[in-house]
Design a protein around this ligand. Structure first.
Ligand code: SAH
Length: 246
């Protein structure tokens, strides 16, 4: 069954309607017809099975048949604070990290970030990242779209993470592994904030600031990984250690 997005307000109506690009996909690209069943997600974590009642190129009228919580969402809430990278790398990371199960994406402008976001283009960038995340959600059968946050400076990001159960900064000069860190925790974390550096890495000052704000410094092993490899590895390890990848 094909999966599409629906506005969360729409699913509560007696006669829900799908419009926009998804209506075009349903009617013209996939050539679905009345009586066909589709799957719908509204971004809240719930999934719906629906029957197509009638359709045109721009509107699809449906009836909701079933609603349920599928088991594709991680039991964790992971927010990645990513040191700002070139556009293509940021796009790629959002796609892959959404598949791995993150729930938040925060671009971080740190001391050694070379590309800096152009304030005039940031709205269109946020829109683009949201689209990429939605596509990845559909593809990997998740139901919750990660929250895409506007860029912050390193200091703002560190301050904003205050309420999280566990805060980790990955640093190539550290030797303590995530497993060692995990063994010292009294309770399994639910909300996790993770800082990963740009190509130039973090400065000593940034590492010290993070430690002073309660961050744990962790290693990803003896090799220095490229920024995008490090982010994907870190998320996978976190899901393995505390979440649902084993
Ligand atoms: N410029 C640095 C490498 C930065 S790698 C150098 O060449 O020395 C980019 C980011 O990936 C780092 O800031 C860190 O967050 C993460 N990273 C890469 N390898 C790592 C490792 N072995 N352990 C922990 N973090 C690592």
């Amino acid at each position: 069954m094909k999966r599409f997005f629906i506005d969360p307000d729409e699913v509560t109506k007696d006669s829900p309607v799908i419009d926009g690009a998804d209506a075009h996909h349903i009617s013209t690209v996939f050539r679905l017809t009345p009586g066909n069943h589709i799957l719908l997600v509204d971004g809240s974590g719930m999934e719906y099975e629906a029957e197509i009642i009638s359709l045109s190129k721009k509107r699809v009228n449906i009836a909701i048949i079933k609603k349920y919580f599928p088991a594709t969402e991680s039991p964790l809430r992971i927010t990645i604070g990513q040191g700002y990278l070139k556009d293509k790398k940021m796009d790629m990371l959002i796609r892959h990290l959404t598949e791995i199960g993150i729930t938040g994406w925060l671009p971080v402008i740190s001391e050694f970030s070379v590309p800096k976001p152009d304030p005039k283009k940031i709205d269109s960038k946020l829109g683009r990242w949201e689209l990429i995340a939605k596509e990845a959600v559909k593809q990997c059968r998740r139901t919750r779209v990660p929250e895409i946050l506007a860029p912050m400076t390193f200091q703002e990001a560190v301050e904003a993470s205050g309420h999280m159960d566990l805060k980790i900064i990955f640093y190539e000069n550290e030797t303590t592994s995530l497993a060692q860190t995990a063994s010292t925790l009294h309770k399994k974390p639910f909300t996790i904030f993770v800082l990963l550096g740009p190509e130039g890495g973090f400065s000593n000052k940034e590492i010290e600031l993070a430690i002073s704000k309660g961050f744990i410094v962790a290693s990803l092993g003896p090799r220095i990984l490229r920024a995008e490899t490090a982010s994907i590895s870190a998320c996978t390890l976190i899901q393995h250690q505390f979440g649902d990848m084993c």
